[in-house]
Design a protein around this ligand. Structure first.
Ligand code: IMP
Length: 183
């Protein structure tokens, strides 16, 4: 699969992403008014660019932590079984937490992570996803904030990969296969 030929068609420009993040950060600051410290939890690896840009727009006291859940691997389809590969370094009990996800697709990953973190009794837990593909949802979950709703397409860039490639694109693009292989 990774050897199939494809091109990337731009879907969301770097400029649009930056503008949207500025607006989202302002909503988050308002929602967390009075919060002493916000623990911002990035889901590895896809959220690393998003979290970097988002925290720099949040002029409040933030702490950054990371969690890694199993993802597609080399495939383009969700495994529906979520495993925690790397847990948080810090405790979140009694704290205000914002979970940062790149894409909510079937919803299995976010649902699992929220369930896990809620069991640790944070004071408050909210979620933000840069992208949402609502037409693909299989479990009932919606992020507190969403950057962009997109159609059912396989996307890359801005931290998001296809078999570990294209994470470094500054924009979000749609993968379009140019070979004749079925699938
Ligand atoms: P879910 O558990 O099906 O919601 O999948 C969420 C995860 O699948 C995301 O955090 C991404 O890592 C990955 N994913 C979903 N859609 C795409 C895509 O279009 N391109 C690359 N990765 C994706």
């Amino acid at each position: 699969m990774p050897h199939r030929a494809y091109v990337i068609d731009e879907m969301i420009s770097a400029k649009s992403i930056a503008a949207r993040i500025e607006a989202l950060a302002s909503e988050i600051k308002t929602a967390f008014t009075g919060t002493e410290k916000l623990i911002v939890v990035g889901l590895l690896r896809g959220s690393f660019v998003f979290i970097a840009d988002l925290v720099r727009e949040l002029d409040m006291n933030v702490e950054v932590d990371f969690l890694e859940a199993s993802s597609y691997g080399e495939a383009m389809e969700s495994s529906r079984e979520v495993r925690i590969l790397k847990d948080l370094r810090g405790e979140i009990g009694g704290k205000d937490v914002l979970v940062v996800e790149d894409i909510v697709d079937t919803g299995f990953t976010l649902k699992h992570v929220v369930g896990l973190l809620m069991s640790r009794n944070p004071r408050r837990l909210e979620t933000i996803a840069l992208l949402d593909k609502p037409s693909r949802r299989e479990v009932d979950i919606k992020a507190s904030w969403t950057g962009f709703e997109i159609p059912d397409a396989f996307v890359v860039g801005y931290g998001i990969d296809f078999a570990q490639r294209n994470r470094n694109l500054p924009y979000i693009g749609k993968v379009r296969f140019t070979d004749d292989e079925p699938g």
